[in-house]
Design a binder for this molecule. Structure first.
Ligand SMILES: *[C@@H]1O[C@H](CO)[C@@H](O)[C@H](O)[C@H]1NC(C)=O
Ligand SMILES: *[C@@H]1O[C@H](CO)[C@@H](O)[C@H](O)[C@H]1NC(C)=O
Length: 417
């Protein structure tokens, strides 16, 4: 066959398959979603009727005087290193026997639909939870009613140009409007004239426009200089106790630990779900500028919280921050040498244990994973395994029913997608 014809042939095949699978998944998702019958009587006000966590004796091992906070809402944004934070929360919840509000059937709360408390597995009216951390489109009132009044609300943001690039790479294949983009570099083609390429009503289109604003529950198509944008940003500031930044991840975790009064061990981590370096193109100056302009709402959001972040560091103390970051890195390094075979992340093909395989984007195996060391001392064996377990497997270990996600994974295996 001529290369050109072959190209069209495979593209056509991809298109048909894509459409079929998309409709199939939509159908499945609508089955998995609970019926939308939240009665009027059940709509309790935004204030929470959940009890505050019982007062536990303060952990005195470090001589700290605060009590570890057990109630946390983590608004998990997309493509912001949030999977790494999820692992931290899973471990902490397990260690203290806390109650998670998990989704039912899949690993998110019917995203991109708004969060509803009825989406929570085993939800009953009046139910209370300690930790909520899976992907959702945020709806404050619905979340608020599920946790104690003093629960900490935290989230994480990332420079919107880089977030856009990452989202474009990861979700592009499931956003039909990218299929008609030309050339090797679809991202550059898109950014040449985003208004022409983009359709706000397109399936999954939100992944390509102000995704942070969308995830936080706001309209991602607002005019960037409108007054509502400022209102929304200030609302995020009121509702969240801490807004972390992916670019300053270790500093963020130090602030998180301070807010929650956790042990250093609780916030140790290995980077999960990272892309192979060769699969991460650097955005050129011009593309960076265009990506920022295109995601102007997120840029305003990020600008605001970049400023508040450094004010928090200032209040925390620069020297103290430097010390704590150094301690965190030292401990992470120590564990790296204890836990990880070869000391670093590897390609999917090189991962020996299937329970350590991370979820991959459609049509690419660009996400790295880890091999556990063969010989790990008794003291660290459990911790190492937990720290390296990818999200889907960890959710399964925590007893979450993931039948939709797993079925989808089987289909992909079958089609070698
Ligand atoms: C907790 O730690 C402080 C400071 O290290 C110490 O003075 C105090 O006696 C300890 N309290 C308990 C209950 O062990
Ligand atoms: C965030 O703030 C820091 C410190 O003010 C600044 O150096 C950096 O350029 C800002 N980042 C972005 C993406 O605006």
């Amino acid at each position: 066959m001529l290369p050109q014809r072959k190209h069209w042939h495979s593209m056509g095949k991809g298109l048909v398959l894509g459409v079929l699978l998309t409709s199939f998944m939509l159908l499945l998702y609508s089955y998995a979603a609970p019926p939308l019958n939240v009665g009027v009587a059940e709509r309790v006000p935004a204030s929470s009727s959940c009890p505050s966590s019982p007062v536990r004796p303060p952990a005195n091992t470090t001589g700290r005087s605060c009590r570890p906070k057990l109630d946390v809402v983590f608004m998990k944004t997309h493509k912001t290193a949030s999977s790494t934070i999820l692992n931290i929360l899973f471990r902490f919840g397990q260690k203290h026997g806390l109650r998670f509000a998990f989704p039912n059937g899949r690993n998110d709360f019917d995203y991109p639909s708004f969060f509803e408390r009825t989406q929570v597995q085993d939800y009953r009216p009046g139910a209370c939870f300690n930790i909520i951390c899976n992907h959702m489109r945020f709806r404050y009132d619905e979340v608020r009613g599920l946790v104690a009044p003093d629960a900490a609300f935290v989230t994480v943001l990332r420079d919107p140009a880089h977030l856009f690039e990452s989202s474009f790479h990861y979700f592009g294949p499931v956003v039909p409007l990218t299929w008609k983009l030309a050339g090797e570099d679809k991202l550059a083609d898109f950014l040449r004239d985003p208004r022409r390429a983009y359709d706000p009503d397109g399936f999954n289109a939100h992944y390509l426009h102000n995704l942070l604003f969308f995830d936080l529950g706001y309209d991602n198509e607002l005019e960037p200089d409108g007054p509502r944008v400022t209102e929304h940003i200030l609302e995020v500031e009121r509702r969240f106790d801490l807004v972390m930044l992916q670019e300053y991840f270790d500093e963020s975790l130090v602030l998180l630990r301070e807010l929650l009064c956790w042990e250093l061990e609780d916030v140790l981590y290995f980077k999960l779900n990272a892309r192979r370096a060769s699969a991460v193109p650097r955005l050129s100056g011009e593309l960076y500028r265009r990506a920022t302009d295109w995601n102007a709402l997120d840029a305003r959001l990020y600008g605001h919280f970049n400023a508040t972040f450094w004010r928090k560091v200032e209040a925390f103390g620069w020297e103290r921050m430097a010390r704590e970051v150094a301690a965190l890195r030292r401990e992470n390094e120590r564990l790296r040498s204890i836990c990880i075979d070869g000391g670093r992340a590897v390609d999917a093909a090189a991962i020996q244990d299937s329970s350590m395989q991370p979820w991959q984007p459609l049509g690419a195996k660009s996400i790295l994973g880890y091999n556990l060391k063969k010989r790990i001392g008794q003291r660290h064996r459990q911790l190492c395994r937990k720290m390296l377990t990818p999200e889907i497997q960890y959710l399964t270990d925590l007893g979450v029913n993931l039948w939709v996600t797993k079925l989808w994974s089987r289909i992909r295996e079958f089609l070698r997608w």
